[in-house]
Design a protein around this ligand. Sequence first.
Ligand SMILES: *Cc1c(COP(=O)(O)O)cnc(C)c1O
Length: 357
Amino acid sequence: MHNFSVTKTTKSRLGDVDFDVIPFGRIFADHMFIIDYEDGEWKNGRIQPYGPIPLSPALSAMHYGQAIFEGMKAYRTHDDRILLFRPLDNHKRLNISAERMCMPQLPEDIFMEALELWLGIDSDWIPSSDGSALYIRPFMIATDDYLGVKPSNKYSFMIYGCPVNAYYTSHLRIRIEDKYVRAAQGGVGYAKAAGNYAAAMYPASLAQKEGYHQLLWTDALEHKYLEELGTSNFFAIINGRLITPEINGTILHGITRDSVLALARELGTTVEERPITVEELLQAAEDGSLTEAFATGTAATLARIEVINYKGKDYTLDVDKHQYALELSEHLNHIKNGRIPDIFGWVHEVEMHTLQV
Ligand SMILES: *Cc1c(COP(=O)(O)O)cnc(C)c1O
């Protein structure tokens, strides 16, 4: 066990929050976790009230972009247990991102103990209504104050969270990107690195001006193969087969993606992880063999896609017939909130009694 120190807030903000109407990502749980890395060691792990942190103007993360993050959720079950969904996979992915960005590895025991200690202290922030959760944002930044391009010597890893309601999305209108690039072979597309999202904002804003929610990225070389959306993975059902681009170094290895594939295989669906060309998708949309398309990610689980635009032309899908997506989504959400048994070993129950401080 690590001996993380705990400083509790003297003024909880819980009473000010109306859990029925929570604006996404703006209300923060009372506490956060911080641990610093210096001289090759993680030290001074602590829980403290959520709030601003002092920053040097020379903070290396702000200039050279060593910044990575994760996104996960804690769920309160109807019998009042707290469940995390595949947290060890978030930890692994954090370290994969860290390696690529030349940042230190965070040991699994620090990640898990910090998470559980913090969740125990802020457990009242985990909402209970259907579809709600505490969205958790673990992240790591470089904290050297040194003006010069080199890997930082100092880092901080932190965890904070936001209660969120069932993620309501209108069905997605997406545009296939044929000019800008999110990630190339050899690049950092597979890392949850802050810069990937900054680089995607401008192209996405152009699509948003024309009424599309998100971009469906294509490969950097030819814009011929489909990759993923801005913060979610892409799936299509063509001729009854569930198809998604394979993990090839440019797309993010989504935990929801992985779970959807496992669940679909379990349900006996034919699953294909392989290259999909833009042409194949559009052809299938035209001849009716594309019956469903959806995006997967922790925030929304599954978001159904209604319109796919390519070079000015809209291809519209009948989302009301997207039965398979709906079924998968409900099944997965039921596993996450403990309503149906988890045969995959995905769910991690947080032991609340060990958390008294
Ligand atoms: C986070 C993210 C996803 C989804 O990953 P999950 O683990 O399913 O939440 C997909 N693509 C990108 C680019 C992402 O940042």
